[in-house]
Design a protein around this ligand. Sequence first.
Ligand code: BG6
Length: 504
Amino acid sequence: MDAAPSPPVTLVIFGATGDLTRRLLVPAIINLTQSGLTGDDLRILGIGIEPGDDAMLVGRLDDFLKTLDDGGAHAASDGWKRLRQRISYTSGDFTKDEIYLDIKARLANSNAAFYLAVPPQFFGTIVEKLSEHGLMSESETCFRRIAIEKPFGTDLASAKALNARILAKVAESQVYRLDHFLGKETVQNILTTRFANMMIEALWNNNYIDHVQITAAETVDVGSRGKFYDATGALRDMVPNHLFQLLAMIAMEAPNGFGAEAIRSEKSKALSALRIYTPEEAAEHGVRGAYAGGQLNGNEITAFRESKDVSPDSHTETFVAVKLYVDTWRWAGVPFYLRTGKAMTARDTEIVVTFRQVPFAQFRETDIKRSLPPNRLVIQVQPDEGLSVELSIKSPGLSVDTVPVSLDFRYADKFDIGKMTGYESLLYDLFIGDQTLFQRADGIEAGWAAVQPFLDMWGASSEQPETYLPGSMGPDGADQLIRKDGRQWHALGVILHNQKTSKE
Ligand code: BG6
């Protein structure tokens, strides 16, 4: 089914002169315009603190698009030529009434989606002001929606307070809480992989699955984000949001349809089944690290605690690994190991589902030593997007011996998803009113509830995170966390490809 063009709408971007707008939102809208998914009735109204006019914003976007690593494709595209005529800008203080009166006069009774690409301290105020000025009131012929970027809260209490503040003014059906991981094609594919394939879903439980690993490893260091990062850390930055979205899709029950509420309800149920640890259990099931100085891919990496805007005695982590349980019948006893970090050996976001080993008895008399490797399903989210199933087969010859092989699917072999920013589907869904790829209040709070014991435990600790070398797989403690269960982390950046082997 080809998607229909979105209805007429004004995208009102708070934070229009910022990095997110120029780097992700505008290129995504150009892509949507090019593909006909948004029409000439889409307008952008940029709002910023900086004084300026329409020509200022358009001129800056023109300049920025020329610097994109796309050979000038976006800057020269017909989509941009058409879109740039429909961009306006107005400036003002987000906490004062004037700007909202201005927006009201410009919008009249038209559809609008307000996009909060601003620091989180403005989220509550902007929603309240929009509502007080009648800008969130919908009618039969006009919708009003609000899109909120992460971080949504910094712990359970603040996430609950923010939800309460927002939902006191607008309906949940008007709120689109973003997690950009849900815009990734490979993430959206998890549900199809599970629910469109009997051979996968039939084995998707604790009878057949030994454990699940979810990794988001990055090679980048904190760079110029020291101030934000020192106040945030790897756990808050990645786990209750991005990694839990992946976990929810792996752990959820089958929805009774592919509608937004059916899917979001199942995801929230899975997240609210995450075991809430005591402080002692959190200490046993979590490890954190901070990278030391060193070399990575030929570049000099400054130790996190010596980085600009980071306190030299910072207790903030740049790596975290946790072992969690989803306490449902399906997942009873199956550990979910999650890890994420900066300055690691490879950029690799992946989900590895390891199946139980087959009974070995019947192979005792063969050349196979001790055990067979378990089957694994590897969902490669990025880079090199794809899906691999690792199996054991008999290696050719007279004796019974096995060799692991991999059935591989790479997106790049079949599709061209590389040109997308990942915001296309999120923006299109915001315009057509589909909340499937956005987080509901209960899901967000369930995620924070599961990480809160780790925040409390580390917040009360006088110990600094263990250091690890740039270009490594994280601190030694992370290895011990999984090794004490007789398991090991999936090697980063390594995909089992079938190379030809010659038999001696
Ligand atoms: C952001 C985090 O939400 O996600 C960053 O704040 C992180 O620290 C980024 O680098 C990772 O996203 P992606 O899409 O590059 O994997």
